[in-house]
Ligand binder design. Structure first.
Ligand SMILES: NC(=O)c1ccc[n+]([C@@H]2O[C@H](COP(=O)([O-])OP(=O)(O)OC[C@H]3O[C@@H](n4cnc5c(N)ncnc54)[C@H](O)[C@@H]3O)[C@@H](O)[C@H]2O)c1
Length: 349
């Protein structure tokens, strides 16, 4: 196999982002697409908008050599593809993951994995029964600045981790042109706690481990949006103080922010809201870190380039995350949701 063949389900913000990333790799090609929107099926993606890294969508895609489907299940059944890449709104992740695994395809699904623990259990059983590769787009693990923090911390460069704060704050997407404004429907998106804050929950489990307990407070800013803003304390029972804040309630002109400050014994590492990564050593020296991303500038590029290469080479993907770690952090997130529902009760894991 010279190139892995990919079937892309969903041509919105993430779908068009993935489509471009796969096709820019020398060893991957999107050969089939499926979307329920007839306009996008013509290659016209001018309505697509996202929160960061927006491309020029005024220029459409050329689908003359691509199999185009209205029904994703038909694409899974008929198209000549190795990988099904799922980039539709969250309520449809489980159905397409299960169908693709059943059809013997490798599967990459965007996060959040699914809407609830019941669906997660079905996916976990199907992944365990399949000999195909499965991964979920928890891209922050692969995001260059976060990956730097992870690798240096694990190598012991900064000493013991003492206090960690993570923030992921978005302006409201209420006015965006996402499909049916689905992010603002809590029954579909799960609210900011599931859709947005999950990234930090997942990264914290990667960097520090699965906490013994979580305590979360959250609030709703608009009636049907679910939990729009959340603050969680992750308890490890050893004095390490770990906090994360996530929300999408800010006014529409507020810039998107993903940032962290992690205090270690020997240094404090900060991803500044401006995007600069800095190491402030306790002796007063400050390093500004530049990362050579090898033309894969974001976590989306890194995770997809890695997954496609694993499929090409027949090597089980285990860098960044495993299916088990995807299920583990999803359980932590569900405990946070439970904590908010019970008035900030501490939930043990
Ligand atoms: N990893 C990240 O950083 C990140 C960022 C943004 C979104 N996401 C995730 O990506 C997924 C998609 O989000 P988005 O922002 O691209 O949404 P979007 O609204 O921009 O696009 C959704 C697309 O799916 C299509 N669609 C809807 N239901 C469908 C169905 N049942 N079958 C086929 N096509 C269908 C729509 O027509 C639209 O083209 C979500 O799960 C979201 O949480 C991840």
């Amino acid at each position: 196999m010279d190139k892995v063949k990919i079937g892309q389900i969903g041509l919105g913000f993430m779908g068009t982002t993935h489509y471009r990333i796969h096709n820019a790799l020398p060893y991957a090609q999107v050969t089939a697409v499926a979307d329920i929107d007839p306009v996008k099926r013509t290659g016209n993606i001018s309505s697509v908008i996202g929160n960061i890294g927006n491309d020029d969508n005024s220029k459409g895609f050329d689908f003359s050599n691509v199999d185009v489907y209205a029904d994703p299940l038909e694409m899974i059944a008929k198209a000549d593809i190795d990988i099904v890449d799922i980039t539709v709104p969250t309520p449809w992740h489980a159905e397409y993951i299960l169908a693709a695994l059943k059809a013997g395809k490798h599967v990459f699904s965007e996060k959040p994995l699914c809407r609830n623990l019941e669906e997660m259990n079905q996916i976990q059983a199907a992944v365990q029964a399949s000999d195909k590769f499965f991964n979920c787009g928890l891209c922050v693990r692969a995001w260059p600045e976060y990956n730097y923090l992870y690798e240096q911390a694990k190598a012991g460069a900064f000493g013991k981790l003492q206090v960690a704060n993570f923030r992921r704050l978005s302006p409201t997407t209420e006015f965006n042109l996402n499909w049916k404004n689905w992010y603002m429907n809590a029954d579909w998106s799960g609210g900011a706690i599931l859709d947005l804050h999950l990234h930090d929950t997942d990264f914290i489990t990667y960097l520090i481990g699965i906490p013994k307990a979580v305590t979360s407070c959250g609030r709703n800013l608009n009636s049907d949006h679910g939990i729009d803003h959340v603050l969680t304390r992750y308890e490890y029972g050893d004095g390490t103080l770990v906090l994360a804040e996530g929300g999408w309630g800010a006014a529409r002109s507020v810039p998107f922010e993903m940032s962290f400050q992690v205090i270690f014994e020997k240094a404090t590492v900060r991803l500044e809201p401006s995007g600069q990564l800095k190491v402030y050593w306790t002796d007063g020296k400050v390093d500004t870190i530049t990362i050579d991303t090898q033309n894969l500038p974001t976590g989306w590029h890194q995770e997809l380039a890695y997954f496609d290469k694993c499929v090409l080479d027949g090597v089980t993907p285990d860098k960044y995350q495993t299916p088990q770690s995807v299920f583990d952090s999803y359980r932590v997130l569900c405990a946070e949701r439970e904590s908010v529902a019970q008035g900030s009760k501490t939930i043990a894991l």
